[in-house]
Design a protein around this ligand. Structure first.
Ligand SMILES: [Zn+2]
Length: 288
């Protein structure tokens, strides 16, 4: 009996350990480093996917939106194309986990992104851990963006979004939203609240989600209580000034408004952009 209990105990311990390992958000670099223009490669996507099969990020020089789904790394490029990328491709920021949903919920129909966020935040068991979030379904409409490759010296992300993001709209499309909900205390390191990327079911369309309307969908949430951050030992990161509060900039960037909107949101022109006025955001709306 004692032997049996010991054996059972061992099995339980091994299982618990395995779960713990899988419930880790692993990321390279920080969101504030990306906001400040640290776009050099800090890791290969192949080295990051050793830590997860599901996640998001971007590529070296900010060359498109990164989507990791079922171990495959996709690039949603600024021209609207989606391609599978090799393991040797570089990334300046990427966040991944091993996706094993703890709950799957039906999403109320006709929700837009704002209503969805409110609805799902209410359902999260706690606001003090991380969640991987996967939404599968049909969208009556979805708006997402991508960004073009940048040359040096790199401009801050808010400026790039304001000047150069391409915004895409699709109607009645099947697809998956891939991303995370992070707690408020992750500010500066990851994105507090929801950060979702889109990949269509036919793998031909994708990008950083700005808005959507759900026709029919389920959402899987994976409770994630580990957080493993790899800070890059590259000059681009090590020499960056990461001392300022970039939360207003992040808010604007996540919503696709960019630097000009961040300034007007704050009502203090110059604080975000160091005195340089980037003008009004230009948006290219594309539909296909
Ligand atoms: Zn994104």
């Amino acid at each position: 009996m004692h032997m049996l209990l010991t054996a059972l105990g061992l099995v339980v311990a091994i299982t618990a350990h395995a779960d713990e390992d899988n419930d880790v958000l692993y990321q390279v670099s920080t969101i504030d480093a990306l906001l400040s223009g640290v776009y050099d490669s800090v890791a290969t996507v192949g080295s990051v996917t050793e830590h997860g099969d599901f996640g998001l990020g971007t590529f070296t020089a900010l060359d498109g939106e990164l989507i990791l789904l079922d171990r495959i790394v996709y690039r949603a490029a600024v021209d609207g194309t989606v391609n599978v990328m090799p393991a040797s491709t570089g990334t300046p920021f990427m966040a991944v986990t091993r996706f094993e949903p703890d709950q799957v919920l039906g999403v109320p129909t006709a929700q837009d992104y704002t209503a969805f966020q409110r609805w799902l935040e209410d359902k999260l068991p706690s606001h003090n851990i991380f969640y991987a979030v996967q939404v599968d379904g049909v969208f009556s409409g979805i708006t997402y963006r991508s960004v073009p490759s940048q040359g040096k010296p790199y401009a801050p992300l808010g400026e790039v979004i304001a000047r150069e993001q391409a915004v895409f709209e699709q109607k009645d499309i099947d697809g998956t939203l891939i991303g995370f909900w992070c707690p408020d205390f992750s500010e500066g390191v990851n994105v507090p609240g929801f950060h979702l990327h889109f990949l269509s079911a036919d793998r031909r369309h994708g990008g950083h989600v700005l808005d959507f309307n759900v026709l029919q969908a389920t959402v899987g949430i994976d409770e994630t209580n580990g957080w493993d951050i790899k800070l890059p030992m590259v000059a681009d990161y090590l020499d960056a000034d990461l001392s300022s509060d970039r939360s207003a900039e992040l808010h604007a960037v996540e919503q696709g408004k960019g630097a000009a909107a961040a300034e007007s949101d704050r009502g203090d022109h110059g604080a975000v952009m160091d005195g340089e006025c980037p003008g009004h955001p230009k948006r290219q709306i594309r539909m296909d």
